[in-house]
Design a protein around this ligand. Structure first.
Ligand code: ZN
Length: 334
């Protein structure tokens, strides 16, 4: 073989070798990227976002389920009890009987299989996700600063401070007409001007300022981002706790502002609400696209407000500034 031929063969091999490796690389890249995008599409399809929540558990049902959870130190999950009842009653809690909770607990204690207890798994999964979005984080471990003893119980607070009177009825969905006709997507708590308003749970101050409907208002987002607590019509001239600002992290039980009559005005700091009250709202956000616009999900807070009365924040007043602050803070452990 002459040298010329050897050279030609050598270069040909190198060329094929390069071509071979380039093809392998291209295949690996294709599988990696295409494969990745297949899974993320599949995840998107699998993970259907809940679009509608009608939160109907009554105070009586929540109270008994919560009591059983606390008594069991968290072994019997109250949200699972409520999801079970939601499934059993197809959301109609007028059918609630305490015996249904007691029977459910007996079944759990007898280690009956989930399939036997839950009749409609798909419906149960929906209620569990929906009710969890509303209620998870309500119960947890805490210590009071005084006692320093670990306890388990309700760690969310009433929106109205301890020793301040209020009354309320279920007015969720009642018609409202300022600006445009719409249903009332909150819960009105009737009380005096200057009543201290409390952060129900720990979270971030997402909105703070004037809104033409809500007047002076605060919006707090829970740490898991799923709950947006909305407090509106706060007090003219001194709506907010002077120590809180947009973006601040605040803890459950803290004083965030004061009840007033502001709102229904494009102009700031105007009292246009007849009776002083706290407009208290809870928006559930499974996906950020639901935060604003026609996909918003708001929850009826009547029964939840009654439940939260079991844990009221004790407040004291600073003489110099006349501001209220939380006394006996809880140290939340989980
Ligand atoms: Zn209202």
């Amino acid at each position: 073989m002459n040298i010329k031929l050897i050279r030609i063969l050598f270069f040909c091999k190198i060329k094929y070798l390069i071509l071979f490796f380039a093809t392998v690389l291209a295949c690996v890249a294709f599988v990696y990227f295409k494969g990745f995008s297949f899974t993320s599409n599949a995840e998107k399809i699998d993970k259907k976002i809940i679009k509608f929540v009608k939160f109907t558990p009554t105070f009586e049902a929540m109270n008994l389920a919560m009591k059983k959870d606390i008594e069991s130190n968290g072994n019997i999950n109250w949200i699972k009890i409520l999801a079970y009842l939601g499934t059993k009653y197809a959301g109609d809690f007028k059918k609630f009987k305490p015996k249904d909770i007691l029977d459910y607990i007996k079944k759990i204690e007898n280690k009956e299989s989930a399939e036997k207890i839950i009749q409609n798994q798909k419906l149960y999964n929906y209620y569990l996700e929906a009710y969890s979005a509303v209620l998870d984080g309500f119960l947890g471990k805490y210590k009071t600063k005084k006692e320093q003893k670990e306890k388990y119980g309700l760690i969310t607070f009433s929106p109205i401070a301890k020793n301040f009177f209020f009354n309320h009825y279920d007015d969720f969905g009642a018609p409202r007409s300022f600006g445009y006709k719409r249903p009332h997507l909150g819960h009105d708590i009737m009380c005096s001007v200057a009543t201290p308003v409390i952060a129900v749970e720990s979270g971030i101050v997402e909105a703070l300022g004037w809104n033409r409907y809500g007047g002076w208002r605060v919006g707090l987002r829970s740490k898991n981002k799923k709950r947006y607590w909305y407090y509106a019509h706060l007090m003219k001239n001194r709506p907010f706790n002077s120590e809180i600002h947009k973006g601040d992290e605040i803890s459950a039980g803290q004083v965030i502002g004061y009840v007033g009559r502001t709102g229904y005005s494009a102009k700031e700091n105007v009292n246009n609400i007849d009776k002083s009250h706290l407009h208290f709202g809870l928006q559930i956000i499974f996906d950020e696209s639901q935060k604003e616009g026609k996909n918003e999900i708001w929850v009826d807070l009547y029964a939840i407000t009654k439940l939260l009365e079991k844990n009221k924040s004790n407040v004291l007043r600073r003489k110099e500034t006349k501001e209220f602050f939380q006394a006996n803070e809880l140290e939340i452990l989980s």
